[in-house]
Design a protein around this ligand. Structure first.
Ligand code: AMP
Length: 944
């Protein structure tokens, strides 16, 4: 059938004779890019699969194969003879189309991107006319370029075409967009670039504004350089175009209706952005140079890590700007920014990302080198993490100071190649051409706002002063710094050009420099669009959460009736939802638990905690690996319909006016995902934000987030964070991986009440712990070691009354009816080992031993433990029992707290240790060895 259709077309007059090879090649070109062939042919090819064959039934490859076969047959049958002249022209015509394609794909390789002129690349062969068999004699021949916009006509001479191609694709902008699969997007770029040959007309006013911004950028660095010579400031010199670039993004997105912008950047150029983009008062910056402390922060941070917030006016109204605080660990701030943006979008119900925009600034070396960049790109279009596209800016000063040679810095052609993994368009632009920078910025903004996807601007520039101002870079970069010494600044180059074009006079140029310097001298704000009385409704009011002293105890009760009502809602499954057999059994059991016929288990208590928080008006966001079901199949907060694979979240159906409940199984990342949730929770204080690791030890892939943000963000930057992390932990013979969540690491990070480390052992405890995290106005990160086997342990249960009446207990006293006076040995422990000890004690009927659980290891509940100990007057032995090896777990980090309490209770008591010996690995790999070790540590607890 298909063959006859093809045959019919082939036989048509249009395709016969000497045209065969031409058409064949034209068709190849069309398959690659429909827009590459003249319109008449495009229309023709578009109709190909029709005529009796459904388009969906015929792959392009099939058609092409048949077409090529037919073309060959045709050629063999009828060698071209007649019309040789027209055939030669057609061949050239085809070559011209090929050349156009080559420029679109590889024109960037011939672009003049490096302001220093040192980055020389061979011009690809296929960007020359000779490569296509064309000669000088063809320059004035006209060719049909119907589908192409750049000469504004459907025919043009080769000379015009080649010049337009060079202007568009190989001047100071190198555009990479042909890797985008979506034809509409590729066409969009082609049209935007080709219609103005890569350089739109810019008004005199816009040019003067560009110069004013460059003057500000250069002026600040010069001022700081003179006032504080030799002080590290990681200046922007060489990359001054960044300031007009940011200005354009803010103003243009503002005109689109964007209301908030969150920016993440490393230290390079940060002070410049703070003063010239955010409008930070220069005087405040000078105070920081002079070492002034920020009130209320016990650590504080260096000035080039500081965040900032301000509001600026745009043609679309007031826009709130937030610069994220960041550590020196490059790139890790990017996912934090995404999380903060998503929180703002969720708050505004901005599902498409039209109101809040993320901007991520990168250095070239880090962008190419750090894995978190890839993780952040990977999240960019996923349901749980997308933010409607990020504008990425690489301050590409062509050196990272980790290695001197570029070939040692990366294996990719550009530092931006990683962005191609999500088909992001990439614009390389020469930083010394501010108008080109302006144009790519406009393209980037328009693309992001229209297609809601990431886009990258690679601002190719240089670092005038090396790694920092105290550094002498020419030792390792001799040629680059010889050139930089001669390099006229971006501002001066542009000012000269504007003077030459008569846009501005030399005197006006000088006035701009003087005015800026005077503003700095007088400590004036230098951002004209800064709003002095910002509209506070554009951001969250954190006042209810500020200034609370640490408290462990809080009323987290919910009355029984409300609990039952919410439980009924959770179990009210819509008609037509068919759950899997085991899940149905779990739901049936939950019915019984609500009725009091079964004790409450862990998974149900957790679900009830979320339901009650939602009922109290707190949004809940829960993400992590396989969290809907729960790694150990205990949670089932997401129900999968066996009929059509749709997913139902009962927690989203408690009432019509309930707050947001978001639950997302995350992609396989820890670092970027946890950083994202940190950003989210530091922006959404009224929400419970939970991240769960599949196994607790996977969180070590996110260690930088714990170290640099979660544990220290409050004392460094005054940023509160209520993020909850659930880390499954417990020694169950599964080997060195998955046994330990590395409790010791978190405890070692604890000081100054910076975070909470809890090990809850009952469903009621996890319920009250989660509720306390949000109901209490204090915001502190919570690391919770959660169980695996305890999820189904017959003793690890609670009652509905425990949820209704109880509270989170930092210490749980002995639960069996022992006589305190007869207790001679007290065992202290945390976590799952408690149940092993309890069963052993019950089996041995040792009524002289009491077991006390410490459920919160930090802030260590010294008073609560003292109170429990006070009931045991006759103890002779006290022992800390843990499953972890001696060098791990709580032993080293928490014993001083216990010893202090014990010494105050009875001087003669000495805290003994019962646990595994010190070990390099967290656990052994053999089940029999595990069982032996476990039996021994329990026995030790009873005997040492
Ligand atoms: P932003 O929207 O991030 O610019 O924040 C607006 C204002 O809210 C900031 O200037 C801070 O005063 C305050 N704020 C934002 N985030 C936090 C936080 N995590 N902890 C305490 N205050 C915050």
């Amino acid at each position: 059938m298909q063959e006859s259709v093809m045959q019919r077309m082939w036989n048509s007059a249009h395709l016969s004779g000497g045209n065969a090879a031409y058409v064949e090649e034209l068709y190849e070109l069309y398959l690659h890019d429909p827009n590459a062939v003249p319109e008449e042919w495009r229309n023709y090819f578009q109709k190909l699969p029709a005529s009796g064959v459904a388009a969906s039934d015929v792959s392009h490859a099939t058609i092409r194969d048949q077409f090529v076969l037919l073309a060959k047959n045709q050629r063999n049958a009828k060698p071209a003879a007649a019309g040789a002249t027209s055939s030669a022209h057609e061949k050239k015509q085809l070559e011209v189309l090929r050349m156009i394609q080559a420029f679109r794909m590889r024109g960037h390789q011939a672009a003049t991107l490096d302001p220093l002129g040192l980055w020389r690349r061979p011009i690809p062969d296929d960007l020359t006319v000779e490569h296509y068999g064309l000669t000088n004699a063809d320059l004035d021949t006209t060719f049909d370029i119907g589908g192409h916009a750049f000469v504004g006509q459907s025919v043009a001479t080769l000379r015009e075409i080649y010049s337009a191609l060079q202007n568009t694709y190989s001047r100071n902008i190198g555009a990479e967009f042909t890797h985008i699969v979506d034809t509409e997007q590729r066409k969009w770029f082609q049209q935007r670039l080709e219609s103005v040959q890569g350089r739109p007309l810019i008004s005199a006013e816009a040019k003067t504004h560009l110069l004013e911004r460059l003057t500000a950028a250069e002026g600040l660095e010069k001022y700081l350089g003179t006032k504080y010579p030799g002080t590290k400031r990681f200046g922007l010199e060489g990359g001054e175009s960044l300031i007009p670039l940011l200005d354009e993004i803010i103003q243009r997105t503002g005109s689109y209706g964007v209301k908030e912008i969150v920016i993440g950047m490393a230290h390079r150029g940060r002070l410049n952005v703070l003063v010239n983009t955010f409008g930070k008062n220069p005087r405040e910056l000078f105070d920081e140079f002079e070492g002034k402390k920020t009130e209320g922060l016990s650590s504080g941070d260096v000035k080039y890590h500081q965040g900032f917030s301000s509001n600026v006016m745009t043609s679309g109204g007031e826009v709130h700007l937030a610069l994220a605080f960041n550590p020196s660990h490059l790139e890790i701030v990017s996912p934090v920014v995404e999380g903060s943006v998503r929180a703002r979008q969720d708050r505004r119900k901005d599902a498409l990302g039209e109101k809040v925009l993320p901007i991520s600034l990168h250095g070239d070396a880090a962008f190419a080198g750090q894995g978190v960049v890839m993780e952040t790109f990977q999240m960019s279009q996923t349901r749980g993490y997308k933010t409607g596209g990020t504008i990425h800016i690489v301050i590409n000063n062509q050196v990272g100071f980790t290695t001197s040679r570029q070939e040692d810095a990366r294996s990719t052609e550009y530092c931006t190649d990683v962005a191609k993994m999500i088909q992001a368009p990439i614009f390389h632009v020469n930083g010394d051409d501010p108008e080109a920078v302006l144009f790519v910025t406009q393209l980037a903004v328009d693309y992001r706002m229209q297609f809601k996807r990431d886009v990258v601007i690679d601002l190719v520039c240089y670092r005038r002063r090396g790694h920092n101002e105290a550094d002498e870079p020419s030792g390792t970069q001799p040629l680059m710094y010889q050139q930089i010494a001669k390099q006229i600044s971006t501002r001066e180059l542009y000012a000269n050009a504007l003077v030459q074009d008569g846009v501005i006079t030399e005197e006006e140029v000088q006035n701009k420099i003087n005015d800026y310097r005077n503003d700095l001298d007088n400590g004036h704000h230098v951002v004209k669009s800064l709003v002095k009385e910002p509209n506070k409704e554009l951001f969250v009011d954190w006042r209810p959460y500020l200034g609370h002293v640490w408290t462990a105890h809080y009323d987290t009760r919910v009355d029984l009736k409300t609990l039952q009502r919410l439980a009924d809602k959770l179990l009210d499954i819509p008609d037509g939802l068919v759950v899997q057999r085991q899940v149905a059994k779990i739901l049936e059991d939950r019915q019984k638990m609500t009725a009091g016929a079964l004790p409450i288990n862990w998974g149900y208590a957790e679900n009830l905690a979320y339901a009650t928080l939602l009922n109290d008006g707190h949004p809940v966001r829960f993400t992590g690996q396989d969290v809907g079901r729960g790694t150990f199949s205990h949670r089932h907060a997401a129900l999968h319909n066996q009929k059509d694979a749709s997913v139902y979240l009962p927690l989203q159906h408690l009432s019509i006016d309930q707050p947001r409940m978001d639950l997302y199984d995350s992609y396989l990342s820890e670092e970027a995902v946890l950083a994202f949730e940190y950003g989210y929770s530091t922006t959404m204080p009224n929400a419970l934000v939970v991240w769960e690791a599949q196994f607790g030890d996977f969180a070590n892939g996110a260690q930088v987030v714990f170290d640099q943000f979660i544990s220290s963000g409050e004392t460094k930057w005054g940023r509160l964070c209520g993020l909850t992390m659930l880390l499954p932990h417990g020694y169950e013979g599964q080997g060195p991986e998955h046994s330990s969540a590395r409790l010791e690491r978190y405890l070692q990070l604890c000081a100054e009440h910076n975070m909470q480390v809890c090990v809850p052992t009952t469903p009621a405890q996890v319920y009250h712990m989660l509720r306390r995290q949000v109901v209490r106005p204090l915001r502190k990160p919570l690391v919770a070691l959660t169980p695996k086997s305890l999820l189904r342990h017959k003793l690890a249960t609670s009652t509905l009354e425990d949820l209704a009446e109880g509270t989170f207990q930092t210490v749980i006293n002995e639960i069996d009816p022992v006589d305190p006076k007869k207790i001679e040995r007290l065992i202290l422990c945390s976590g799952k080992v408690y149940y092993d000890l309890l069963e052993k004690r019950r089996a041995a009927e040792r009524m002289d031993i009491a077991i006390v659980r410490i459920e919160q290891l930090y802030p260590f509940p010294e008073n609560d433990l003292a109170e429990v100990l006070s009931g045991y007057k006759n103890i002779k032995h006290i022992v800390w029992c843990q499953e972890e090896p001696m060098n791990q777990g709580a032993w080293y980090c928490s014993q001083h707290h216990m010893r202090r309490v014990i010494a105050a209770h009875k001087k003669s008591l000495f805290l003994e240790y019962a646990g595994r010996d010190g070990s390099a690995a967290p656990a052994c790999g053999y089940a029999s060895m595990h069982a032996e070790q476990q039996a021994k540590l329990l026995e030790d607890a009873f005997t040492v």
